[in-house]
Ligand binder design. Structure first.
Ligand code: COA
Length: 152
């Protein structure tokens, strides 16, 4: 899949999702978040998100069901490569409620506040998802991009 380029100077407004808290986890919450990602997504994504916990504050946002305190999604940046957003995931049971949109837009806003002018979404699986929520543009010639090393 290609990488996408997202300008950060004209981001849409963020509308909260009822009953969902979006924010940065604290370092002591990293075991909970990392096991959530390993169990519901993949070991590879767990490894990438672990990088985000090496910054203070972490370059990770999580979506939490306010009533139960349980995580339902995550998104991060500066984990795969500098200036890259992702991975992102929401639990199957909560998809379609706008949580993915808020996570992406909140991460993009944090990247802008950190001084980036553009974000790159690496190896973007659901390209239309990203295009529907921000001004994401396909980067020609970006496959396999940074993912092209031969390690099997
Ligand atoms: C992609 C993903 C994060 C979307 O999460 P979500 O919480 O369902 O997203 P939202 O509810 O905020 O959807 C926002 C918009 O994108 C659309 N959308 C959601 N998933 C989509 C997809 N796979 N392809 C195209 N459009 C999609 C929604 O219909 C919605 O459009 P609308 O505003 O017109 O209704 C989720 O499906 C997921 O975790 N998938 C598996 C992991 C993955 O593929 N991550 C991306 C790796 S780069």
């Amino acid at each position: 899949m290609p990488d996408l380029l997202v300008p950060l100077f004209n981001l849409p407004e963020i509308e909260n999702v009822k009953g969902i808290w979006i924010g940065r986890p604290l370092a002591h919450q990293s075991p909970r978040i990392l096991s959530f990602i390993r169990e519901n997504f993949s070991e590879g994504w767990e490894a990438e998100v672990r990088v985000g916990f090496s910054s203070i504050p972490p370059t990770i946002l999580v979506a939490v069901e306010q009533e139960s305190g349980k995580p339902s999604g995550f998104c991060c940046w500066d984990c795969t490569a500098k200036g890259f957003l992702g991975p992102i995931g929401t639990l199957e049971s909560v998809r379609g409620r706008g949580i993915g949109r808020v996570l992406v837009l909140s991460c993009l806003r944090s990247m802008r506040e950190a001084g980036y002018g553009y974000a790159i979404i690496g190896d973007a699986g659901p390209v239309d998802f990203f295009k529907s929520i921000c001004d994401a543009r396909v980067i020609e010639g970006s496959t396999p991009g940074i993912y092209g090393n031969p390690l099997s």
